[in-house]
Ligand binder design. Structure first.
Ligand code: GRF
Length: 220
């Protein structure tokens, strides 16, 4: 049986596109049932429509309290009977009630190697800090921003002449590879959360190697 996904977006939705592409593969164990955006102008909505996926706009500005906004999200997600909620560039901080309700059924992709560089402007801060390796993380969501058990990470080198844009592009290419891999592991029942950590079980060696060793050049 395929895992039913919802993807929550606010912007261009390139990670959503990566998930759409993977779900179109014959043996991929998940399908996207619903795409929700808090922004009616999000480019990702067209990506979903082009793929024939149901879309919904829930504007946070239509609610006076964030609890009510999040309640409307939960109602739509439950109506669609989704198994897993994937945040993909969803630019709202979700409160404790929502996060607890969807505990271990709510994941996020962050453009940094957590727990380093939580929050916004990750690439700018990584360059300012002079790190040699950057990357991205897929993790279960907990109430504290950009925290929760880490499911998968991919690393990229930081070049000496990098700009924010170049680094962002290099990381984003890995995000598009990592998010579908992380969802696949969950869908195949290979991720166990225990004691604040996510453990990968029963993954084939090649699958695990792909997660921890993306095709990147040596670090400068
Ligand atoms: C990605 O960099 C993701 O890691 C972050 O927001 C960005 C969304 O990009 N959370 P896109 O909308 O998927 O293109």
């Amino acid at each position: 049986m395929q895992l039913k996904l919802a993807v929550l977006i606010s912007g261009s939705g390139s990670n959503l596109q990566a998930l759409i592409n993977s779900c179109a593969e014959a043996d991929y164990p998940a399908q996207i049932s619903l795409v929700i955006s808090n922004n009616e102008n999000a480019g990702g909505l067209n990506r979903a429509k082009n793929a024939g996926i149901q879309t919904l706009v829930v504007r946070h500005t239509d609610f006076t309290k964030s609890d009510e906004f999040e309640g409307a999200l939960t109602e739509a997600l439950e109506l669609a009977k989704v198994d897993l909620v994937c945040l993909a560039g969803f630019m709202r901080i979700l409160g404790l009630t929502f996060v607890d309700h969807w505990r271990d059924r709510l994941i996020n992709i962050h453009p940094a190697l957590l727990p380093a560089f939580k929050g916004l402007d990750t690439h700018k801060r990584a360059l300012e800090a002079g790190v040699r390796i950057a990357g991205c993380t897929v993790h279960y969501v907990r109430a504290e921003v950009d925290s929760g058990p880490i499911i998968a990470q991919a690393a990229v080198p930081v070049m000496s002449d990098d700009t924010e844009e170049l680094l962002a592009e290099r990381v984003l290419a890995q995000e598009h590879r990592l998010y579908p891999l992380a969802v696949e592991l969950i869908a195949r029942g290979q991720v166990q959360v225990k004691g604040g950590r996510a453990r990968i079980v029963g993954a084939g060696k090649s699958n695990l190697m792909a997660l921890i060793s993306p095709q990147t050049n040596a670090c400068q």
